[in-house]
Design a protein around this ligand. Sequence first.
Ligand code: NDP
Ligand code: 2IT
Length: 448
Amino acid sequence: MNIRNPYLNDLMERIVRRDPQEREFHQAVHEVLSSLAPVVDARPELASSGVLDSLVEPERTIKFRVPWADDQGRVHVNRGYRIQFNSAIGPYKGGLRFHPSVNESIIKFLGFEQIFKNCLTGLPIGGAKGGSDFDPKGKSDAEVMRFCQSFMNELYKYIGPDADVPAGDIGVGAREIGYLFGQYKRLTTQFSGAITGKGPAYGGSLARTEATGYGLCYFADNMLRAAGRSFAGATVVVSGSGNVALYACEKATALGGKVVAMSDSEGYVYDPDGIDLPLMKQLKETERRRIREYVTHRPSAQYHEGCGGIWQIPCHIALPCATQNELDLPSARALVANGCFAVAEGANMPSTPEAVALFQEQGVLFAPSKAANAGGVAVSALEMSQNSMRLFWSFDEVDAKLKEIMTRLYHSAAQAAERYGMPGNLVAGANIASFSKIADAMLAYGLV
Ligand code: NDP
Ligand code: 2IT
């Protein structure tokens, strides 16, 4: 789809021509550039200075091989990535994803989104992302440990507390972070805040585990209340059953919602009595099992094969918390037809552009991922602060700061949307609110 500003449209076309296979990256960039037309109209120097041309090109792409041996001694070679996208307002910051679908386009889209998300937190962090096409599923702890150590044998050269600070994402949780940080510490003889999401026993922030899911609900709560709605009494569907989904379920329930469905990559469960969260955590977080096993413990619940069907379940609020492009146009149509009035994205870019357009047309309240899921990286930045100060804050202190950050973030996106004549459009608001600050920092440095 054409972007109405000719400079931005030409830039988009050049990006597609340069790397035609990077579909996810194009999708993320198109959304941002489309929102920026009114800003570039008002400030033509943003086009003539080349700052936007620089913003869409990573500062550095690191791509490396990761050899590791399985428990039978067979050698496997995976591919590792770290894309250090933009350091205009702080050290590179962003998670690592271990999933067989990982490729350069996916890491690039995630790194690009991270620049704006991190800026929106109001904390001094640049944008990056990394990962590997390694699949931790079905691997023993010893195999995961050897993979993580091999991954870090290369990555440690490029990261550090003032340079680049990785964290978790899909397939990278507490176990992987422990192995990665342990190897970083061995290789560098430094105990520093070079990785976040660490265990509380070794420098991790309390509430980091909960932060993305809780932050999502704090953001959604602000958006709902501004429209005279709330979680109270609402039926909620949460896709995924990983870190973000579990704690979104926990906070949505605490705020008065009833979560009736969750999923994994194979299927979904529908529990009309409300998801039994302790059971779900036991199965997915502690025992790493498949979600289908939920129904053997809760016979009143149903299991359905295929994760996409979850959006057919009637709900008032949808929280997609699994992965990119999991919510397409037919799913969006089903949500709208069933009376859904709000969608808040816990995963990164879970709704396709067509789904987002439908929500906006139909007046569904829509919270885009780069704003709504910023709570995770915000608490990561608070972990960096605690590590630098060699201090440790209580759970309640961190949670209070998270709530304040998400509330401020909601208002800055809502106000930017209003200022540019698009009230309620939080997609445009989030992009505009973060872009100006990043662009100003880049302009201040001059052309390099
Ligand atoms: P986890 O690995 O903890 O959980 C991922 C969940 O999504 C699992 O239920 C998984 O199912 C499901 N899933 C993964 N890939 C697919 C797929 N291709 N199709 C369908 N389902 C899939 O990851 P997180 O909870 O950390 O991350 C979820 C999303 O949130 C991602 O988009 C991530 O980028 C984003 N995010 C994460 C943050 C964090 O702090 N962790 C911060 C901000 C955003 P299965 O168990 O079958 O693999
Ligand atoms: O997508 C994300 O914001 C994350 N995976 C969290 C990044 C971080 O550095 O905590």
